[in-house]
Design a protein around this ligand. Structure first.
Ligand SMILES: Cc1ncc(COP(=O)(O)O)c(C=O)c1O
Length: 358
């Protein structure tokens, strides 16, 4: 097992689609970059803490491409999406936002909670394959303003071809947004190769950074036209100017910050991202696919995003019990089982899981 990761001793860990394993670096960084500066410097910890937040954005830029100043931390994807949508220039008609019905529900909830006179949710039905660009081509029309692509779907594990879908959307002049909650850290991503406007993510899953360290990437050229509807001193061009009569948004993605930022989740998450960077996403993905193919030889790697989502139907109880006897960490929603092998999983563990499924 790779010692960079700390997984529970109890049994094989297949839950990276939910909470990725803790990293040794993340645990150390929480102390080194959060607790120790505070313990040793009290309020003088702030310069360290602010540097840490910039390092977080820098690490994301290294991992995903794009510029450090195009990234802004957010508590989670929902908050980032909400802020982004509210920052768009107003229009006479409601902005129509297209996503697949298998997108994570929270993304749809964000749109549903916005004023109906300004935003409208349009869904591609569940029974149409989310990975097929032709399906998107049917639904993207000149009436669609925004297309949200879920890079990897959480309940099906389906990997969508972002560049192809983005190309279709751009033909109609739509803005393109991407949800990478389930893909960052397991699927190689280079944002500049995608013709997209904004990307949202968090670090809790394959980035192994724990909850609370969400982020958004916004294409630099689009930033001048975006005016967030919320602000705070850290969204100011110069947070330390302290002139209540003179608010100016930062020209960078920091315009999506607000008040005093949280720090602890980003210390943990930086450790997770650096761990993934040191190993390489390609290496992690290769191991993930090798393990997935042991568990399910027929898996189609071109449309699988790292998780085996297995519709067990009337065998769900039987398989769940077998996996529990292995003391495996996995999850079940209805009759659907989800199994995500990260680097900590050995061939023997993958074979043991395969024996439970067959
Ligand atoms: C595809 C996808 N998007 C978004 C989220 C979570 O969004 P948020 O960070 O707002 O909780 C998840 C969580 O499982 C997810 O799987």
């Amino acid at each position: 097992m790779d010692t960079a990761f700390i997984t529970p001793d109890r049994g094989p860990y297949f839950l990276s689609h939910s909470v990725g394993p803790l990293t040794q670096k993340g645990q150390n960084y929480l102390n080194e970059h959060y607790v120790e500066p505070w313990r040793d410097g009290g309020g003088r910890a702030w310069p360290f803490w602010l540097t840490l937040l910039d390092r977080f954005s820098g690490a994301l830029a290294k991992l995903l491409g794009g510029r450090e100043d195009e990234f802004a931390h957010q508590p989670n994807l929902s908050a980032g999406l909400s802020k982004y949508l509210l920052s768009l220039p107003s229009s006479d008609n409601p902005l129509k936002i297209l996503m697949h019905a298998n997108a994570f529900p929270s993304m749809g909830f964000v749109v549903s909670a916005l004023p109906a006179e300004s935003y409208e949710l349009v869904l591609i039905p569940e029974d149409r394959p989310a990975h097929d660009p032709n399906v998107w081509a049917e639904f993207v029309t000149s009436k669609i303003d925004i297309v949200l692509i879920t890079h990897v779907h959480s309940m099906t594990g389906i990997l969508s071809p972002v560049p192809e879908i983005a190309r279709i959307a751009k033909k109609f002049g739509a803005r393109v947004l991407v949800d990478t909650a389930q893909s960052a850290g397991i699927i190689p991503i280079h944002i500049p190769e995608w013709d997209v406007d904004a990307v949202f993510g968090s670090c809790i899953k394959w980035l192994c950074g724990g909850p609370g360290a969400g982020w958004m990437w916004v294409k630099a050229e689009t930033l001048p036209d975006l005016t967030p509807l919320s602000a705070g001193w850290f969204a100011h061009e110069n947070p330390f100017e302290f002139d209540i009569r003179n608010f100016r948004f930062s020209e960078t993605a920091k315009k999506f910050w607000d008040g005093t930022p949280s720090v602890a989740p980003y210390a943990m998450a930086l450790g997770g991202i650096e761990t993934i960077l040191n190993i390489g996403v390609e290496t992690i993905r290769a191991h993930n696919l090798e393990m997935l193919k042991i568990i399910e030889p027929d898996i189609d790697a071109s449309i699988n995003g790292g998780t085996l989502c297995f519709e067990a139907q009337d065998r769900a109880d039987e398989i769940e019990n077998k996996l529990k006897a292995l003391r495996a960490y996995f999850d079940r929603r209805g009759s659907r089982l989800r199994i995500s092998p990260h680097l900590s999983i050995s061939k023997d563990e993958a074979k043991a899981v395969r024996d439970c499924l067959t």
